[in-house]
Design a protein around this ligand. Structure first.
Ligand code: FDA
Length: 302
């Protein structure tokens, strides 16, 4: 089921079919703040009121033209200005394929540099999301290059990939801040663990590398076992609660977000917005088949 949904995340025919169903669109608003920056800022403010920080993601990936990549860059720079003018506790997350990685790596590097430079003037951090494993090398290369000039940029590692433990050691050595997650893409077993238990074991191993590094990293998961392991390890190594943060996705386990924030941990939620929400929603559905049954039941009922 997971593999099928992740395959359909890039299928235009299926997308056009699903967009005809109101229930599919309605489910999107559980995971996506809305279509406009106004909607997103409203959700950021609501999170901040609950002592939860935010990171904003302008949805859109695999941009098809360099003009589109440039307009996405301008739009993200606009988000940074809005974050400052609203005085909200928020940073941004970006995807390199939205900034033109599939089309021209040099221009993509230029676009990311413009965003990070603007963010730096405003004192805002920029997180480069990690896409599927065909992009890992290129993403790390571009992040490293930008980081040598500006240190307000970091990236993401996925514990489903065999390579991530060694990537974590190398990035930490360079001082680059990491968001650790399990990985949301369909990967071949030449590069990724098949079994959830192996991905989870990798998560714990890499979490320890991150917490031991002395840098400020993000542990991104809704998995209570991973969260408990992180809390326990941090306590055993005397890593203070303000030296790392937990991150979760908008619309998932709000109870747990609140519980952690009330327990004195730093919590940040990832808030996506924009009209290009289809692949993002499909990845969220792939993580939880119960969401798919909900849609199927509603469609069958007519
Ligand atoms: P797991 O999938 O084991 O889920 C644990 C529990 O969480 C489930 O039992 C359920 O209760 C709840 N849950 C998880 N997903 C749910 C869903 N969709 N709907 C309802 N409940 C759900 N991936 C990536 O490849 N590149 C990236 O850059 C990022 N960025 C990122 C940022 C942030 C802040 C988060 C939290 C996650 C990502 N991810 C990501 C996604 C990540 O790789 C992973 O797919 C999801 O976080 C789900 O994995 P969990 O760690 O939550 O565990």
């Amino acid at each position: 089921m997971r593999a099928l949904l992740l395959y359909l995340a890039h299928n235009e025919g299926f997308k056009n079919l699903m967009l005809k169903f109101g229930v599919f669109r309605r489910l999107a608003w559980r995971f996506v703040a809305g279509e406009t920056l106004e909607d997103a800022v409203r959700v950021v403010k609501e999170a901040n009121r609950q002592a939860v920080r935010a990171t904003l993601d302008l949805l859109g990936e695999n941009t098809l033209s360099l003009d589109d990549a440039q307009s996405a860059t301008r739009e993200i720079i606009g988000i940074l200005d809005r974050i400052r003018s609203e005085h909200v506790d928020c940073n941004v997350s970006v995807k390199l394929t939205q900034l033109g990685l599939d089309l021209d790596a040099k221009q993509c590097l230029g676009n990311l540099s413009s965003i990070v430079a603007h963010a730096r003037q405003l004192g805002i951090f920029v997180r480069v999301d990690m896409e599927d494993s065909s992009y890992t090398d290129r993403t790390l290369e571009i992040v490293r290059r930008v980081y040598t000039e500006m240190d307000n940029v970091g990236t993401v590692l996925q514990t489903c990939l065999y390579r991530s433990e060694s990537d974590a050691r190398a990035l930490v050595h360079q001082g680059i801040r990491i968001r650790l997650c399990k990985g949301a893409y369909l990967e071949p077993d030449t590069v990724a663990f098949r079994k959830k238990s192996d991905t989870d074991a990798g998560f714990v191993r890499i979490m320890k590398i991150l917490l031991d590094s002395g840098l400020y990293h993000a542990i991104a998961t809704h998995d209570e076992t991973m969260i408990a392991a992180t809390k326990e390890y941090a306590a055993s190594r005397n890593v203070p609660r303000d030296r790392f943060e937990f991150q979760m996705l908008y619309g998932i386990r709000r109870d747990l977000q609140q519980q952690l924030a009330r327990g004195g941990y730093i919590v940040r939620i990832y808030i996506p917005y924009g009209s290009r929400w289809y692949p993002y929603l499909m990845r969220r559905l792939a993580e939880r088949p119960a969401n798919v049954l909900f849609i199927a039941r509603n469609i069958l009922r007519g």
